[in-house]
Design a protein around this ligand. Sequence first.
Ligand SMILES: [Fe+2]
Length: 212
Amino acid sequence: MKTKLSPTIEVAEKLFLEGAAINHGPWVNHSRFAAHVARLIARAHPDMDEETAYVLGLLHDIGRLERHSGMAHITVGYRWLMERGYALSAQIAMTHTFPIADVELASSGWLDHEEDKAFTRSFLKKVHYTPYDRLIQLADSIGGIYGIVPMEVRLVDIALRHGTNELTVPKWKALFSIKETFEKEIGQNLYEVLGIPGDSPWIPNELRCQLG
Ligand SMILES: [Fe+2]
């Protein structure tokens, strides 16, 4: 089969709707938000293609079309996309949740999916992260289930739902570092680019004169 990196928008929408029809879970709206975030960041970026970003964001969680809990969705998504010949989309189905290439990063755990864990461990040893892997790691951490939110909000929400482990803080630091890198490349705060409330402290007017 001739390998394409990722599908066109039209094909991606069709594939996505196929998946959403099979399992219409919270991942469906989350994927739409993540795709939108990826598109807006890529649009502001000098070297990225916004259509590619959108497609990669839309399909990053396609493995959730099978009702797997925990981390099995990444290997399901990888194989599903590889079967269709979309190598970069498939790669990002695996890498989007690993800003650090360490299989133990998954706080939701691998449950009894030991084969998936072993496959992911060896995949992460070999993979070379492209700027699009980094972009979707970021978009996955800003596109929530109910809307687009500051990364701080999304990361705490995930921690409350799935728990934390000793790699949670290193993972958060890696994501903030990716955000900073994109901001340097774009020359603008990402939250401004996305039109969401920023991360600067708010100082009420009546307190301004009292502060040292
Ligand atoms: Fe996701």
